[in-house]
Design a binder for this molecule. Structure first.
Ligand SMILES: [Ca+2]
Length: 627
């Protein structure tokens, strides 16, 4: 790490050793007070779900313990989707600045959307590596273009290219938690069964942390611990599922009311916060018959079980830090990448891949999996009604730029750097603010140039000022948002927002001209939940904010807007393979070739030819195509 260049040799060299003088470059050392850093990043977890310390209904004693001994930020925002949030988290820039305005799956050949993070925007891990940190990535890594995910890379956009020295990851939006498909650094791990991937991730984190502090006790590390929980598939050990049996029979409407009460009791939301109206597309719980209520309650029981379980795994890592005396010197963040996900649609799904094909799973098909919901034979997602409840008190869900999609809970724990215990912070912050915060905590400067390439400054602002100054005013002045045409701008306590085409996340094919979108206006200073649209009362304010959005959109590569997601996905593959029509795969090396890196066979005629050398009694699949 960080050794100086040999061409600065300051000793002397003569033909003989006796007349020469040795000289050693000094290694770059981290600041003696630089903390370890761990980001526990959960997936698709709503503001009202992350922990009981934010009013959630699931037992999360370990996250609660960190909250009680640290800070809770109640005005923290993400990008409303996995890929952009994760890239913004790593780089400290707005997602469109770095080509990740949307998911890398839906990339387009424009600077805001090409899914190619420019070399002028290296990550906090890159910078910390040069400042003497060792960096570890675990779990979900979801912003590498899928066609670059194979043994032959390129690896610039893998964890290794983004500054992580070791990685044990699944390079996708989600993974089977019980039969995980993992990459061990650049190597595909053989298929295997797991008791639960979150256990493996905690085990690996504990191995790495204890090894690191045994071998280099003085050197800090940074770890991204990005569980696939609570993204679909919802998988949990049976004893955890059993624990939650019957706890959600009240349904999502009553759940929202109960969460709201707890949030107010905890002072997590202002006393005058109004519960937003139920999303009209989602049925009232009381309108459902017993059979539907039974299945949908079960879906939430499994979700709760998995959240409880991942909290336990976070606790194992935290306990290890405590055991080796590193907990006080570790800056810990716990948050999620976006609000709760409604991609389960209006029935939930025993198999998530329905949604990827724009389909709803028939209720009867899901009901057949009632007993095994959450085990290895299912790949389930819950009804969008539970996502709505998870985002209490906000409106809408993941992908929307209303607060339901992008307002997330954040816990920060760092006894050496934060005096307060259990306090709430209300300053407005964004996922791009975490990287600058880490740099400031590490007492490291973001470099003007990285390995000879000039760096753009962070778009984000460090949050460190607020650690010990609870009443400090906002340092952010404005923040734009855009996701699949959903747009918003926050500035000085106001927010203008539009849900493009009124599209729900389970409606993949819905399109509409952008000029038809209706913008709403909220005074979020007084109306925390965005419950009362006051666009008609303040038309000039709305225009002012729309113009500000336009200004930010040009500044940060948000244009052009394009809402045809199906075509965007398909064009990616056409572009990658061009005119190539023949693909030959050789045994034994051609393994783990992901769909986007393999021969494109969808929507086109094709032949598959294979040579099978049979010995006699073999059985098995020769070719399979899973939808
Ligand atoms: Ca997500």
């Amino acid at each position: 790490m960080g050794t100086n260049m040999q061409d600065e040799f300051l000793g002397t060299i003569a033909p003989g050793y006796e007349d020469s003088e040795e000289w050693w470059a000094e290694s770059v050392r981290p600041h003696p007070d630089a903390p370890n850093v761990i980001i526990f990043l959960l997936d698709d977890v709503g503001f009202g779900q992350l922990s009981q310390s934010f009013g959630g209904m699931v037992e999360t004693p370990n996250i609660d313990r960190l909250a009680a001994n640290g800070l809770r930020y109640n005005n923290f925002h993400t990008t409303a989707l996995c890929s952009p949030t994760r890239a913004s988290l790593m780089t400290g820039r707005n997602p469109h600045t770095i080509g990740l305005g949307s998911h890398s799956l839906t990339a387009m050949g424009f600077p805001g959307y090409n899914a190619i993070v420019p070399d002028s925007c290296k990550t906090v891990a890159n910078y910390l590596a040069d400042a003497g940190y060792l960096n570890y990535a675990l779990g979900k890594w979801d912003h590498t273009p899928l066609y670059e995910i194979s043994q032959v890379g390129p690896f610039n956009r893998w964890p290794s290219g983004e500054g992580f020295h070791h990685a044990y990851c699944f390079m996708a939006a989600d993974v089977h938690q019980l039969i995980p498909v993992m990459w061990d650094d650049h190597h595909p791990e053989p298929y295997r069964e797991s008791e639960h991937l979150d256990i493996d991730l905690a085990d690996r984190a504990i191995d790495w942390i204890t090894g690191h502090k045994s071998l280099k006790p003085e050197d800090p590390f940074m770890m991204l611990w990005a569980s696939g929980s609570m993204h679909s598939p919802h998988h949990a050990p049976p004893e955890y599922i059993e624990k939650y049996r019957g706890r959600f029979d009240m349904g999502w409407d009553v759940a929202r009311e109960q969460i709201l009460v707890r949030q107010k009791e905890l002072w997590i939301i202002p006393e005058n916060t109004k519960l937003t109206e139920r999303i009209p597309e989602i049925p009232a719980w009381d309108s459902l018959d017993d059979e539907h209520q039974k299945l949908y309650a079960r879906q939430m029981e499994v979700f709760a079980a998995q959240l409880d379980h991942v909290d336990h795994q976070i606790g194992r890592v935290v306990d290890t830090l405590e055991r080796i005396g590193e907990l006080d010197n570790t800056l810990i963040f716990v948050t999620a990448d976006n609000g709760a996900s409604g991609e389960g649609g209006l029935a939930g799904k025993f198999n998530e891949t329905y949604v990827l094909n724009g389909l709803q799973a028939p209720f009867e098909a899901s009901m057949r999996h009632y007993d095994d919901w959450g085990n290895a034979d299912t790949y389930p997602h819950y009804h969008a009604g539970w996502a709505m409840a998870g985002n209490t008190p906000f409106r809408y869900i993941e992908q929307s730029e209303h607060r339901g999609g992008q307002h997330d809970s954040l816990v920060v724990h760092w006894p050496n750097g934060i005096k307060a215990k259990g306090e709430i912070r209300e300053q407005y912050h964004h996922i791009s603010d975490i990287a600058p915060t880490i740099m400031e905590a590490a007492r490291a400067e973001a470099p003007g140039a990285y390995h000879g390439i000039e760096q753009l400054p962070f778009d984000g602002h460090s949050m460190l000022y607020s650690f010990n100054e609870g009443a400090a005013p906002n340092v952010k002045e404005r923040q734009y948002y855009e996701m699949f045409g959903n747009r918003a701008i926050w500035a000085d306590g106001w927010k203008a927002v539009t849900l493009h085409a009124n599209r729900m996340p389970w409606e993949l094919n819905k399109r509409l001209p952008f000029e038809h979108d209706e913008w709403e206006l909220y005074n979020v200073e007084d109306d925390f939940s965005e419950s009362t649209n006051i666009a008609a009362e303040y038309p000039e304010k709305l225009v002012e904010l729309q113009e500000m959005f336009d200004e930010e959109a040009w500044k940060y590569n948000v244009y052009p807007l394009h809402d045809d997601m199906v075509t965007r996905i398909a064009k990616q593959q056409d572009r990658i393979f061009g005119e190539r029509t023949e693909y030959v795969y050789y045994a034994p090396g051609a393994v783990r070739i992901a769909e986007k890196a393999s021969a494109p066979v969808k929507n086109k005629s094709h032949n598959i030819v294979t040579t099978v050398d049979l010995q006699g009694d073999e059985e098995g699949v020769i070719v399979a195509c899973a939808a």
